[in-house]
Design a protein. Sequence first.
Length: 96
Amino acid sequence: MSTLPQTMSVEFVGPIGVEVKGDVWDCVEIPGSAELFGTGRSLRVDASVDGVELENVGLMPTGTGGHMLSLSAKAREKLGKQRGESVIVRIHRRLT
């Protein structure tokens, strides 16, 4: 069993916008996340999106077995990106 925090090196490209119960949320879905993290529950990570560092950010369950990274209005403003645009996500460390 590993001790947390756990350093990781995960990178993927995905669009901003995840459908949740008929609504679209300003999140990026993490492909294969349940297998990657070994859980379908919420957890916290250090990550970056298009080079913007996001420390101790929560990954929420999608409701379909995966996880999504929420992007606040402040983060989207820093990125200069809106719903539907793709971003590069890097997960550096799992905290929980």
